[in-house]
Write a protein that binds this ligand. Sequence first.
Ligand code: DGT
Ligand code: CA
Ligand code: CA
Ligand code: ZN
Length: 591
Amino acid sequence: MPTNAEIAATLTAIADLLDITGANAFKVNAYRKASRAAEAETQDLEALAVADPSVLRKIEGIGESIAAKIVELITTHRIAELERLRSEIPAGLIELLTLQGVGPKTVHLFWTKAGVTDLASLKQAIDSGALANVERMGAKTIENLRASIAARDAAGAQPTRFRLGQAVPIAESMLAVLRTTRGVRQAAFAGSARRGRETVGDLDLLVSCDDHAAVRQAFLSMPGIDRVLANGDTRCAAQLVGGMQVDLRIVDDSVFGAALLYFTGSKDHNVFLRERAINAQMRLNEYGLHQVPSDSDGPVGALVAAHSEESIYAALGLPWVPPERRELHGVDLEQPPMDLVEHHQVRAELHAHTTASDGSLTIHELASLAVSRGFHSLAITDHSKASAQANGLSVERLLRHIDAIRAAQADFPTLRLLAGSEVDILADGRLDYDDETLALLDVVVASPHASLRQEPSAATKRLLRAITHPLVHIIGHPTGRILLGRDGLAPDMHELTAAAAESGTALEVNCHWSRLDLRDTHVKMAVAAGALVAIDCDIHGAEDVDNLRYGVATARRGGLTRKSCVNTWEQSALLAWLKNKKSACALRSSR
Ligand code: DGT
Ligand code: CA
Ligand code: CA
Ligand code: ZN
């Protein structure tokens, strides 16, 4: 069940290991090129390969021998060459790749020229001066290396986490198998993935069934399992290829709700509920909510509730709490339930790229996709000229693109096509198109793409300038962070959210699971400030629409309600906002 992204990651891993061994650059580059091709491919490679293995090598960038490796991965869930490389290279060397600024070619030098085999021997080679004798290891490089190691040590032995959008599809494909297993009644994922946290430490699956043995067998023979960590009657655990750990709990159907509540967490939320139970003379655990036993009851008191989460919350005098809100405890939960934004309420996508810049769909394909999702509006927002690496549009190309968007409208009677741009916010806060050009657009999404290591104060000034620009409707991925990759900007979010509320500019929750930017805590600040929020998929290919759920989960974690989320508005309200913001600007400037 490898996805294109997993295939791409596996090919990159092979390229990295080849580089560490000092392999021929031609061969390494072939893997890197194939990895990029796999990543960019919009059709599902596994589906293609299953239908006809020979089609893979017809894909631009994938040669014959690597096509065979991909087929090997799809059919056997491993690649013999990758395993051979792993067995040839000291395991501690591979870990060095996670140091900031250290690539596989550098690791090759560490290994072959300084005898380094892991982090400890690297530190030794630095301290003893041995590394200074190695080619390309100048004083500055070694200083940077010291800093990377120190940063790593400061982060501690933090367990590896995985991004939500990588974990959830794995959970769902496993649940799909379990649901068809003999005797299974209910199956769900719990833990941080169900709470919609942006990263998860491990996956927690829960199944109720009549036949534990069948479920254990089905679970432990899933493809993609690298190592079995536990195999008990009610709990199994396994590590997947790629390192993710999956916990499976098997329970009686009568206590499914209690187990789901317990294993969804968060731990703080569980503690809060347990204390609430104690105060009401009850006991709560993964088997249910019980009365405190009197002498005649034996060890467990009478059962109060266990079958569903709702019944347990109700018995504790609380409304059912959506999983995304279960980081909360205390008074926050005693408020009446909020009208949190819901996935099905989203009817407009306001950030989408076509083949004109770096998307893979044409205007017509994007519009058909939006129609198939039941959307009433779609903004086409290709990149502006400063994003040269993304084939950003010159003013001249933008003008022609606007005409093409307007012309396409006639073919989509149920969808309002909006001509827009994702205009770069330059380092000083100026926008990448002049005002006359921006004024021609229906929607302006302004986003930072470069200079993402700015000082916080410069970042605040930069973003404030864009937020208060009268022609800007939405700030796209405001910080530019990449989860587990790049911190991005660290502006003063109190100032930004206040300015956004004041100027009626929406802040985006970018749904891509490597971004989720605004993050949950920033959404909370936007909600507190009364700012508008947009939840957008930043569509580059058809699969990106499926990321909406992650953006919605992030928004719900921040407490976003429907009325503050522009994508959930009726078409007339959305169009009025877009138009009024611009004309308010025309009014102001004519005064
Ligand atoms: P993660 O995996 O680090 O992203 O976070 P979680 O929340 O998925 O944590 P995990 O996998 O350790 O445990 C899943 C849930 O099980 C957790 O959210 C609450 C419950 N749980 C596990 N251990 C404890 C515990 O010692 N006390 C309490 N109250 N609940 C626990
Ligand atoms: Ca977990
Ligand atoms: Ca767990
Ligand atoms: Zn974009």
